[in-house]
Design a protein around this ligand. Sequence first.
Ligand SMILES: [Zn+2]
Length: 271
Amino acid sequence: MYDTVHVLATNQKRRSCKDLAMLIFFASIVHRLLLERTELGTLCESNPARSKLLFDLLLRHVQTSLINKKQVSHMKSCEIDQEDEYEFNYFGYDSDDEEQYEERTHAIAVYPLFSMVNHSCIPNVAPIHLLDGRCAFVASRPIAAGEQLFDVYGFATMEFDRSFRLLCLEQCYNFKCRCAVCESFSYVSVRNMNQEEEKFLRALSDSMQVEKHLPKLIEYMNEVGRRYPKHQYTAAEVMLVRSLRIIHSYSLEDDVENEFGYFGVPARTNS
Ligand SMILES: [Zn+2]
């Protein structure tokens, strides 16, 4: 399965000298350790070409894993201070709910199918990390037959303006984003949602029972989804993905606190 990721682009020619030198240095150390401490040393001892192949594979691995690694995150229920509540509220208005959720990273993983999905600053799918270790993609807006699937590589229009997105994507992933929103220079802030949408989302946010409001949210998205401009990333999309992540995250009962005070691997559920 890893073969799928290993043959993907390394972006080696696009990397800066400093960046590449660091990766070569890292690969050299691992190469040396493998030759000195494993049976690969015997295999490569009298065969410089094999030793060179091993180094090339390591360097490729370092580069492809850098680009394709994904954080495995789950939503964690937590109590927050009233003073900090505003900062946690994505939609910018107060809520009486004391219980909130925050995203916590549990692991780093590589998903071959996940790696096949290109970036857009206005994605139409989002990953949901399931408790059994699999990663599911959910549609975050209506997708037409034949339409390309896009994930966001961490810099959506919701939080960053165009120039900052372009800079971050170039530095982290070595490409210049040409998605619909970057090409059109359009930028729609989540706070510019229309009154109808704001009212609807406010009503949903008053309920912490995500399972109950999810059908309404999906119905709403299907109803108005086609009317959204292609360049608009909406609060409803963020809320939809967030709701699904909450549903598929573990509950307080699943937490296993180990002797060091860290949370252990969440228990499997039957859902
Ligand atoms: Zn873009």
